[in-house]
Design a protein around this ligand. Structure first.
Ligand code: PEP
Length: 249
């Protein structure tokens, strides 16, 4: 059976002290969730927050890793370095990284492989921009993103990744996809996985929804058969808001 997951993505928010305070608060209030809980933090928090949460139910994710193994890449952080902090997951392919940092299908393919080689589980994000949705091209966009960066993986490796469908027009905008819109494309994505890897891998694949998911709309989204949880940006920055989304399961 596939896992349900609620994962936070702090993005470039919280200094170290603020991040430690939020993780401490979450550790206190999240004790017996009905889903796996992950927080995605900036690199600088990873080691401290992983140590802080090591006896809790909350797991830790990076928000990115380098597309190179090691060496003269000033300012980059490798998958091996991320793993050494105690983090278990790594968000890859977020639309902000694709849009602002030029992350191509090829670059993401490298990052996914390096994350897996270092025993990190990628949370791989896909999703269309507003113009693509308006043109009815969302299915072809997510298909190309999967084919470009993760459908090269073996079935065994693909089984280690979590997918996150995040319509770019819904991220940070307050415009959530309706449960029907989200379910429709999640089912399509699961169908693509089934065509490529077979029904068992597809059934076991966790597909999260992301894009202005909050305490009010989470239950309606998570009630759908192909929506296995959420990747949460803004609402993961306050412990009570994040907890309310976790409690939607
Ligand atoms: C995200 O950035 O992954 C996200 C879903 O953001 P928000 O929840 O703020 O829309």
């Amino acid at each position: 059976m596939r896992k349900n997951i609620v994962a936070g993505n702090w993005k470039m928010n919280k200094n170290l002290q603020e991040g430690v305070a939020l993780a401490t608060e979450l550790k206190e209030i999240v004790s017996n969730p009905n889903c796996e809980v992950i927080i995605g933090t900036p690199f600088i928090h990873l080691a401290t927050v992983s140590e802080l949460l090591k006896d809790s139910v909350i797991k830790v994710s990076a928000e990115n890793c380098a597309d190179k193994v090691s060496g003269a890449y000033t300012g980059e952080v490798s998958a091996e370095m991320v793993k050494s902090t105690g983090a278990e997951y790594c968000i890859l392919g977020h639309s902000e990284r694709r849009a602002y940092y030029g992350e191509t299908y090829e670059i993401l393919k490298e990052k996914v492989q390096l994350a897996l080689a270092n025993d990190l589980k990628p949370i791989f994000c896909i999703g269309e921009v507003k113009e693509e949705r308006e043109a009815g091209k969302q299915n072809e966009v997510v298909k190309a993103q999967l084919e470009g960066s993760v459908f090269n993986l073996s079935a065994e490796d693909f089984g280690k990744i979590v997918l996150a469908y995040e319509p770019v027009w819904a991220i940070g905008t307050g415009l959530t996809a309706t449960p029907e819109q989200a379910q429709e494309i999640h089912a399509y994505i699961r169908g693509l996985v089934a065509e490529k890897y077979g029904n068992e891998v597809a059934d076991n694949c966790t597909i999260l929804y992301g894009g202005s998911c909050n305490a009010k709309n989470a239950a309606g989204l998570f009630a759908n058969p192909d929506i296995d949880g959420g990747l949460i940006g803004g609402a993961s920055l306050k412990a009570e808001d994040f907890k309310a989304i976790i409690d939607a399961f």
